[in-house]
Design a protein. Sequence first.
Length: 372
Amino acid sequence: MTVKSIVINFVCLFIVAPVASVLILWGCWVLIPDPPPPPQTSAAIQTQTFIRSAPHTPVSGRTVYMANCARCHGASGDGAGTEKLDRPARSFLAGGFSFGNTPEAVRRVVQHGVAGTPMPGFGRVLNAQQTAAVVKYVIAMAPPVPAASGDAQLIVADRPLVVRGMLSARGVWEENEPRGVMLGGTDGLTLSYGVQDVQFRAARQGGFVKRTDWEGRGGTPLSPTGRLIHWVMPNPVFTQNGVAIPAQFLGTSTSGGAASLSMKLPGATIRESGDAITHATQTGYRRTLEIEGDASEIDMALPSQGALAYLGQSGPWQWWRDGEDLVGAKGMASYGDQTLRLPASGTVEIIVLPAADMSSAAGEGIPIGGAT
């Protein structure tokens, strides 16, 4: 036997044969199928936990209505509820809607209330689903009425609007305001100003505006479609050392659900916006003034129809009575019978509660005194 044959036999016997054997055994192990799983006993099946998604439960408009609305408007919506009010609640069966029968108009009333009436806002009580459900339920109570429409009518929907044009005179003591601006918020509040020296004029709630001056250039006044809830006398707004100082109108802007206007005074700029509010159970509106610079020598007249009387303090608010309305303010440096001294900078808030329920206000801490 040659050396070559000896080497070949050695390699085959001690190297190739063991490797081949290992490969054959591995292939057999891989190709053997897995045994079937053992059958589950009834006890094993009972111990398994099945996770099932919770069913979606729709919000019942009737349930929301009965819990929050029926005591004033009646279980059937006829306005004959069990709550004693100073005036009858609206009958939905007769189509009684304050600002229209559209879902958007009714939603605003539910969320923000109606200033000057016992109708409060439920924006902090009901969530979006509950509000949508009760709005649909209330509208379904009434007979169908076509919603107001028209190309000349501007409607605030999901974003605020600003319109400029002529404003009608508030009384025989003045002429029309040729340079006016109206700010419409998504909460249904509209504030109007004369921009010649930036004077606040009135607040409305509900609709926005209808205009007839598309062809001309401000030839006819704007026609507000919201209900007037408050107006003020045309007195100078800002004074310095007893001398009236006109504000310079800088422009308007929109952010979130509100529109605002900006003005310039000596040493300071002010950005003013407004929103509908509920103070305790009283509904009204708020004007927020954001001051930059130094306005510490400027006095601002409170919004009034000429019958302001100081009442006192409740919490951070100072209160005045103006006929049947209540006026509150906070954030000012100081105050007088008719005016506020502005701070150097910061935020001043003024709220007006039109046609306030004085007895309820007194019970809520507003210092009405002997008012009833």
